[in-house]
Design a protein around this ligand. Structure first.
Ligand code: SF4
Ligand code: SF4
Length: 372
């Protein structure tokens, strides 16, 4: 049966899918082992992916372990996210050369071939959709982001387990993606994959393989996999967090967390939705060549809030409060969505193990009394 949006199939392993993408001219980016973590990088075959590994994550802790050698995707998200491709950490915007009539400016467009993001988890697809609202929202469009996004195909992997740091179920962003993918894979407990087609582009790739059609038994087995992953989550975010933070800006808890926070910015670098950037101008020693670069920035740096005369947020208290209230509260006012998808990266990659869900729970447990 030809594939179409909504149709489903079964595959023994992901290798034919990687091969079909490569044969169709896609650059394939997928999970790889790098520096003791699962990172995202170009893959040339399914065997490049870290089969048989699993992860342990906690506040300030990330470890890979040997798992079932037959399992392909028994780890969850690592320190990197797909924003490293869609919103690169350093982007050249333009360069300028001095000539007889002054400087001539040459806009720069990075080379971004059509790219398949292989193994995107539900929370990561949600994070991409959050960044879509920032960079391509109709009124204001970042042309580079739009170009990269349009050249992107998403092969999702539905999570078969959750790490201790995951809380996507309480953010309604996972562990199973209902949309936002071209193809989605669920690794079944008894082996093999349930494959969902999510778009015409996904259908074209699946038709290259011609996989067997899935039946009700495989659909039920796939649903059981993601239900089990959701049931593993022990962390959660209170439903009323936007109002809770808005009403507790003077809560003593901010000073308590600021005592522990190093203002290192790791949480913002690891976060798949954080989008702040700075612009750097550089020139060579001759003064004849200049470049403008956009680089990731963070609300945890002192310079980030610098306006004439000094920085507005001088204390760690004010910077942590800015980050958490923007993420979970004022992001709703700006973009009609939360800025957090519950991936847990900021918990695992915080060097002192500060846990955004624990901080939220502290406000919920003892909110300031409201006047009136
Ligand atoms: S705030 Fe933390 S849990 Fe939420 S999306 Fe960012 S890194 Fe993930
Ligand atoms: S919360 Fe943790 S990761 Fe974020 S700035 Fe503070 S110490 Fe660094």
């Amino acid at each position: 049966m030809p594939a179409s949006t909504g149709s489903s199939f079964i595959l023994d392993d992901p290798a034919p899918l990687v091969e079909a993408l490569l044969a169709d001219g896609w650059r394939v980016i997928g999970p790889k082992l790098g520096d003791g973590a699962i990172v995202y990088d170009e893959i040339e075959s399914a065997s490049d992916m870290p089969r048989g590994l699993t992860d342990e994550q906690e506040g300030g802790r990330y470890r890979l372990r040997e798992g079932d050698p037959n399992r392909w995707f028994d780890y969850v998200v690592g320190p990197q996210s797909w924003k490293k491709y869609l919103f690169p950490a350093r982007q050249k915007l333009w360069s300028a050369e001095k000539g007889d009539n002054g400087f001539a400016i040459e806009p720069h467009e990075d080379d971004f071939p059509k790219t398949a993001l292989f193994g995107a988890r539900a929370c990561e697809i949600a994070a991409i959709e959050v960044q879509d609202r920032v960079f391509d929202n109709g009124d204001f469009t970042d042309s580079g982001y739009k170009r990269r996004r349009e050249a992107t195909l998403i092969v999702a992997v539905q999570c078969a387990r959750s790490a201790a740091t995951c809380f996507c179920a309480s953010m309604n962003t996972g562990p199973s993606a209902d949309s936002g993918f071209d193809i989605a894979l669920t690794e079944l407990d008894d082996g093999g994959f349930f494959v969902e087609c999510g778009s015409d582009r996904g259908a074209a790739i699946l038709d290259r393989i011609g996989p067997a059609e899935a039946g009700t038994a495989e659909l039920e087995a796939a649903n059981a996999v993601t239900l089990k992953a959701a049931g593993m989550q022990t962390r959660s975010m209170p439903d009323n967090i936007p109002a809770l933070l808005r009403e507790n800006l003077d809560h003593p808890r901010w000073a308590e967390v600021a005592e522990r926070c190093l203002s290192c910015a790791n949480c913002t670098m690891a976060c798949p939705t954080c989008f702040c950037s700075d612009v750097e101008d550089v020139n060579d020693l001759s003064g004849d060549h200049a470049e403008r670069w956009r680089v990731w920035d963070s609300c945890f740096t002192l310079d980030f809030s610098y306006i004439h005369g000094g920085s507005v947020r001088r204390s760690t208290l004010s910077r942590y409060r800015q980050w958490m209230t923007h993420k979970l509260s004022s992001w709703h006012d700006q973009f009609d969505t939360s800025g957090c998808v519950g991936c847990g990266r900021c918990i695992a990659w915080c060097p002192v193990g500060i846990d955004i869900t624990e901080e939220a729970a502290a406000f919920a447990a003892e909110p300031l009394a409201q006047e009136g």
